[in-house]
Design a binder for this molecule. Structure first.
Ligand SMILES: [Cu+2]
Length: 194
Protein backbone atom coordinates (compact mmCIF):
# COMPACT_ATOMS: atom_id res chain seq x y z
CA UNK A 1 0.00 0.00 0.00
CA UNK A 2 2.75 2.30 0.90
CA UNK A 3 4.68 1.59 -2.30
CA UNK A 4 1.63 2.13 -4.45
CA UNK A 5 0.90 5.48 -2.88
CA UNK A 6 4.47 6.60 -3.30
CA UNK A 7 4.53 5.50 -6.92
CA UNK A 8 1.22 7.20 -7.55
CA UNK A 9 2.37 10.36 -5.91
CA UNK A 10 5.77 10.60 -7.54
CA UNK A 11 4.51 9.40 -10.92
CA UNK A 12 2.07 12.08 -12.02
CA UNK A 13 3.27 14.99 -9.87
CA UNK A 14 6.91 14.56 -10.94
CA UNK A 15 6.45 15.49 -14.58
CA UNK A 16 3.82 18.02 -13.69
CA UNK A 17 6.41 19.75 -11.50
CA UNK A 18 8.96 19.41 -14.29
CA UNK A 19 6.56 20.95 -16.77
CA UNK A 20 5.84 23.84 -14.44
CA UNK A 21 9.57 24.31 -13.87
CA UNK A 22 10.30 24.41 -17.60
CA UNK A 23 7.42 26.81 -18.20
CA UNK A 24 8.69 29.05 -15.41
CA UNK A 25 12.18 29.00 -16.91
CA UNK A 26 10.83 29.95 -20.33
CA UNK A 27 8.80 32.77 -18.84
CA UNK A 28 11.75 34.00 -16.80
CA UNK A 29 13.99 33.99 -19.88
CA UNK A 30 11.37 35.83 -21.90
CA UNK A 31 10.94 38.40 -19.16
CA UNK A 32 14.69 38.90 -18.90
CA UNK A 33 14.99 39.27 -22.67
CA UNK A 34 12.19 41.82 -22.62
CA UNK A 35 13.97 43.77 -19.92
CA UNK A 36 17.31 43.71 -21.74
CA UNK A 37 16.03 44.33 -25.27
CA UNK A 38 12.83 46.20 -24.55
CA UNK A 39 13.59 48.54 -21.71
CA UNK A 40 17.36 48.86 -21.97
CA UNK A 41 17.84 49.11 -25.70
CA UNK A 42 14.50 50.79 -26.25
CA UNK A 43 15.04 53.72 -23.96
CA UNK A 44 18.47 54.35 -25.41
CA UNK A 45 17.25 54.10 -28.96
CA UNK A 46 14.27 56.32 -28.34
CA UNK A 47 16.39 58.81 -26.43
CA UNK A 48 14.12 58.27 -23.47
CA UNK A 49 16.53 59.57 -20.87
CA UNK A 50 18.80 58.00 -18.33
CA UNK A 51 22.42 57.26 -18.98
CA UNK A 52 21.92 55.66 -22.38
CA UNK A 53 19.64 58.45 -23.56
CA UNK A 54 22.09 61.03 -22.36
CA UNK A 55 24.99 59.44 -24.20
CA UNK A 56 22.87 59.21 -27.32
CA UNK A 57 21.99 62.88 -27.19
CA UNK A 58 25.56 63.79 -26.63
CA UNK A 59 26.69 61.66 -29.53
CA UNK A 60 24.24 63.25 -31.92
CA UNK A 61 25.19 66.71 -30.84
CA UNK A 62 28.84 65.76 -30.84
CA UNK A 63 29.49 68.33 -28.18
CA UNK A 64 31.17 66.25 -25.56
CA UNK A 65 29.50 68.01 -22.65
CA UNK A 66 27.26 66.48 -20.05
CA UNK A 67 23.58 66.82 -20.74
CA UNK A 68 22.53 65.87 -17.28
CA UNK A 69 19.60 63.59 -16.67
CA UNK A 70 16.20 63.45 -18.23
CA UNK A 71 15.29 63.51 -21.89
CA UNK A 72 18.41 64.34 -23.81
CA UNK A 73 17.14 65.13 -27.26
CA UNK A 74 18.25 68.01 -29.42
CA UNK A 75 16.57 71.12 -28.13
CA UNK A 76 16.70 70.05 -24.51
CA UNK A 77 20.31 71.10 -24.09
CA UNK A 78 20.59 74.38 -22.18
CA UNK A 79 21.49 77.23 -24.52
CA UNK A 80 23.77 80.20 -23.77
CA UNK A 81 22.17 82.37 -21.13
CA UNK A 82 20.09 79.48 -19.75
CA UNK A 83 20.86 77.81 -16.46
CA UNK A 84 22.91 74.64 -16.84
CA UNK A 85 24.54 75.83 -20.06
CA UNK A 86 28.05 74.49 -20.64
CA UNK A 87 30.18 76.69 -22.89
CA UNK A 88 32.39 75.10 -25.52
CA UNK A 89 36.14 75.15 -24.98
CA UNK A 90 39.14 74.70 -27.25
CA UNK A 91 39.50 71.15 -25.95
CA UNK A 92 35.79 70.45 -26.23
CA UNK A 93 33.99 72.86 -28.58
CA UNK A 94 30.23 73.13 -28.47
CA UNK A 95 28.74 71.80 -31.70
CA UNK A 96 26.10 73.92 -33.42
CA UNK A 97 24.35 72.43 -36.42
CA UNK A 98 23.57 74.78 -39.29
CA UNK A 99 21.58 73.93 -42.38
CA UNK A 100 22.52 75.78 -45.56
CA UNK A 101 19.64 75.95 -48.02
CA UNK A 102 17.42 75.06 -49.63
CA UNK A 103 17.75 78.27 -51.51
CA UNK A 104 19.80 81.13 -50.09
CA UNK A 105 19.10 80.55 -46.43
CA UNK A 106 20.81 79.50 -43.25
CA UNK A 107 18.86 77.80 -40.52
CA UNK A 108 19.08 79.01 -37.84
CA UNK A 109 19.75 82.52 -39.11
CA UNK A 110 20.63 83.76 -35.64
CA UNK A 111 22.97 81.79 -33.36
CA UNK A 112 23.54 82.63 -29.71
CA UNK A 113 27.01 82.00 -28.29
CA UNK A 114 28.61 82.71 -24.95
CA UNK A 115 31.35 85.31 -24.96
CA UNK A 116 34.70 83.56 -25.15
CA UNK A 117 33.43 80.11 -26.00
CA UNK A 118 34.66 77.87 -28.81
CA UNK A 119 32.01 76.60 -31.20
CA UNK A 120 32.25 74.02 -33.97
CA UNK A 121 29.72 74.81 -36.68
CA UNK A 122 28.61 71.67 -38.47
CA UNK A 123 27.19 72.98 -41.72
CA UNK A 124 25.05 70.72 -43.91
CA UNK A 125 23.96 71.75 -47.39
CA UNK A 126 20.39 70.90 -48.28
CA UNK A 127 19.16 71.26 -51.82
CA UNK A 128 21.13 71.30 -55.07
CA UNK A 129 23.27 74.39 -54.42
CA UNK A 130 26.89 74.32 -53.26
CA UNK A 131 27.47 76.68 -50.33
CA UNK A 132 30.21 78.17 -48.19
CA UNK A 133 30.23 79.04 -44.52
CA UNK A 134 32.25 81.98 -43.20
CA UNK A 135 32.23 83.16 -39.60
CA UNK A 136 34.05 86.00 -37.86
CA UNK A 137 33.86 89.73 -37.14
CA UNK A 138 30.73 91.09 -38.81
CA UNK A 139 32.53 93.68 -40.96
CA UNK A 140 35.04 91.11 -42.25
CA UNK A 141 32.24 88.65 -43.02
CA UNK A 142 30.20 91.29 -44.84
CA UNK A 143 33.25 92.29 -46.93
CA UNK A 144 34.35 88.68 -47.59
CA UNK A 145 37.73 89.78 -46.24
CA UNK A 146 40.67 87.49 -46.99
CA UNK A 147 41.72 85.49 -43.94
CA UNK A 148 38.25 85.28 -42.43
CA UNK A 149 37.61 81.67 -41.31
CA UNK A 150 35.65 79.80 -43.97
CA UNK A 151 34.82 76.37 -45.31
CA UNK A 152 33.95 76.16 -49.00
CA UNK A 153 32.44 73.71 -51.49
CA UNK A 154 29.79 72.27 -49.20
CA UNK A 155 27.95 70.13 -51.74
CA UNK A 156 24.38 68.86 -51.54
CA UNK A 157 23.70 66.66 -48.51
CA UNK A 158 27.26 66.88 -47.28
CA UNK A 159 28.60 68.53 -44.15
CA UNK A 160 31.73 70.47 -43.28
CA UNK A 161 32.75 71.86 -39.94
CA UNK A 162 34.46 75.06 -38.87
CA UNK A 163 35.63 75.81 -35.34
CA UNK A 164 35.78 79.38 -34.08
CA UNK A 165 36.49 80.99 -30.72
CA UNK A 166 34.43 84.08 -29.90
CA UNK A 167 37.06 85.79 -27.76
CA UNK A 168 36.79 89.29 -29.26
CA UNK A 169 34.44 92.18 -28.65
CA UNK A 170 32.11 91.37 -31.53
CA UNK A 171 29.82 91.88 -33.28
CA UNK A 172 30.13 88.59 -35.16
CA UNK A 173 28.28 87.21 -38.16
CA UNK A 174 28.30 84.33 -40.61
CA UNK A 175 27.64 84.18 -44.34
CA UNK A 176 27.89 82.30 -47.61
CA UNK A 177 29.97 84.03 -50.26
CA UNK A 178 29.31 81.86 -53.28
CA UNK A 179 28.58 84.34 -56.10
CA UNK A 180 25.23 86.00 -55.52
CA UNK A 181 24.35 84.10 -52.35
CA UNK A 182 25.21 86.84 -49.84
CA UNK A 183 23.30 89.38 -51.90
CA UNK A 184 20.33 87.03 -51.98
CA UNK A 185 20.28 87.09 -48.19
CA UNK A 186 22.46 84.15 -47.26
CA UNK A 187 23.92 85.46 -44.02
CA UNK A 188 23.13 85.35 -40.33
CA UNK A 189 23.96 86.96 -37.05
CA UNK A 190 25.75 85.85 -33.92
CA UNK A 191 24.26 86.97 -30.61
CA UNK A 192 26.87 87.23 -27.87
CA UNK A 193 25.75 86.64 -24.29
CA UNK A 194 27.56 86.54 -20.98
CU1 LIG B 1 25.27 79.71 -50.42
Amino acid sequence: MNDERTAGRSGVPLWTILLVAVAALVLATAALTAVVLGTGYGSGGMMGGGITGGMMGRGMMGGGYANGSGPAGIGNVPQPGESGFVAGTLASPRVVQVVAGPGYTFSPSSITVARGETVTFLVTSMGPLVHEFMVGPADAVAADAPGTPEVADIAMMTSKSLTFTFDGAGPYAFACHVDGHYEAGMHGSIVLVG
